[in-house]
Design a protein around this ligand. Structure first.
Ligand code: GDD
Ligand code: F6P
Length: 392
């Protein structure tokens, strides 16, 4: 039986939880379900890419203060969904989970599903409480790696089956395109340097400062390298960490050898991976790590930390490894990744590794829980929310 499923994300930003929600919605449609991707949209421009599924954008008012933003978004999503009927509503983050929790309290929906990608450490009591409620109030929980399944069981008393992540092998492939050839000129990247790519912006969780230090050390023995930090759309305030990064970069005198792009156009992402000599992803906390999968699918060497969840889904030879507690190991991994033998190895092994991660399989892991939720879903709600299609 085909299900109508509303997948909710915290924003229309190019960010892991949104990428996951979008790919899930597409895979559910491919499997014959009627999935709609729903998010608050402050820009009015819609999602960062146009997905192969229906979308609904909820008009949202810009706000920079995080606690205020969280409360405002919860209200915006709740009000827009009030009375809309779906067999299943599925939140990908604490904000939309809290909005659905309020609809449960109002008696408008019987329950909802929630995927935990990772949890943040919030010192603000309201943010911490919202995060906890977004777990506790969900009827069905999922997560993306065994590490987080264990955290949810041990620290929150909840079972959350692992649905994992996937990668689109058509979009992310080693086959070069004409678009790749113009990337360096478009982003003012040097034509004759090895590109070390980081995706996710300048954030403590992404460990970007340690990467900068390793890059600066590498430059001392190998001056033909250039660091690119792409992405970084986030609802959170990373300015204190970013200021430290910028100060370190200024002091180093290497600012001309580092490009910070900010969020980039979606069609440029595969070109970045293919133009890069390696992806450096030394994050200290991840739910899963989509960027390493995408880079591998493009045949690009990848450096990940030797901690969970990476140790769960990659074997020793699938990636190059660093130890987050020992910054010199990142420097050595950068040096190693640039060896020609590694480039050749990853061009073959990367796509083979990536093929193990399929969005269709991810979608199918949701169906038993979705069917339980659909069986509980009510059909007598009065439509009063406002949902409008996103711009293409
Ligand atoms: N178009 C575009 N895409 C971007 C940009 N920056 C990042 N992305 C995309 O955004 C995703 C980033 O995902 P992750 O590297 O996994 O990190 P995250 O944003 O912290 O995501 C969270 O959820 C993921 C999904 O489960 C987890 O994998 C991850 O560990 C984390 O918990 C990738 O698909 C990447 O291509 C950008 O500027 N433009
Ligand atoms: O925009 P980002 O960096 O993906 O993170 C958004 C964060 O905002 C929140 O949704 C706030 O509750 C977090 O739980 C989430 O991790």
């Amino acid at each position: 039986m085909s299900l109508s499923i509303g997948i909710l994300t915290h924003s229309t930003n190019p960010r892991g939880g949104v990428v996951h929600g979008m790919a899930l919605a597409e895979a559910l449609c491919d499997a014959g379900h009627d999935a709609t991707l729903i998010a608050p949209d402050v820009t009015g421009a819609g999602f960062f890419r146009t997905p192969r599924c229906a979308t609904n954008c909820i008009p949202a008012v810009p706000e920079t203060d995080l606690p205020t933003l969280v409360e405002r978004r919860i209200g915006e999503i709740r009000d827009a969904l009030r009375g809309q009927h779906f067999d299943v509503l599925h939140a990908q983050d604490p904000i939309s989970a809290n909005a659905l929790a309020e609809l449960v309290e109002e008696g408008r929906i019987p329950g909802f599903a929630r995927t935990v990608h990772h949890l943040d450490h919030f010192t603000h009591p309201v943010l911490a409480a919202r995060q906890e409620r977004g777990i506790r109030a969900a009827a069905e929980l999922f997560t993306v790696s065994t590490m987080w399944e264990d955290v949810l069981r041990n620290d929150h008393g909840r079972e959350a089956p692992v649905v994992g992540n996937g990668v689109d092998p058509v979009r992310f492939s080693p086959v070069e395109t004409a678009h790749d050839a113009t990337l360096r000129a478009r982003y003012h990247l040097p034509a004759d340097r090895h590109l070390i790519l980081s995706v996710g912006g300048i954030e403590r969780r992404k460990n970007t400062l340690q990467l900068l230090d390793a890059f600066l050390a590498l430059r001392c023995e190998q001056p033909d390298v250039h660091l690119v930090v792409a992405g970084g759309a986030s609802l959170l305030d990373h300015s204190a960490y970013r200021n430290r990064f910028m100060a370190r970069l200024r002091e180093s005198g290497a600012a001309d050898h580092v490009t910070i792009t900010g969020p980039v156009a979606d069609e440029d992402m595969p070109s970045f991976y293919r133009q890069a000599d390696l992806l450096a992803y030394p994050s200290v906390t991840e739910g899963f790590g989509l960027c390493p999968l995408e880079a591998l699918a493009c045949g690009t060497p990848v450096i990940v930390p030797a901690i969970a969840p990476f140790t769960e889904h990659f074997s020793a030879t699938d990636a190059l490894w660093c130890q987050p507690a020992h910054p010199d190991t990142l420097f050595m991994a950068l040096r190693d990744a640039l060896r020609v033998e590694n480039r050749d190895h990853f061009r073959v092994s990367g796509p083979a590794t990536a093929r193990r991660f399929d969005w269709g399989h991810v979608a199918s892991r949701h169906l038993p829980a979705y069917r339980c939720l659909a069986a509980r879903s009510r059909t007598d709600a009065i439509a009063s929310g406002v949902l409008s299609p996103c711009p293409k």
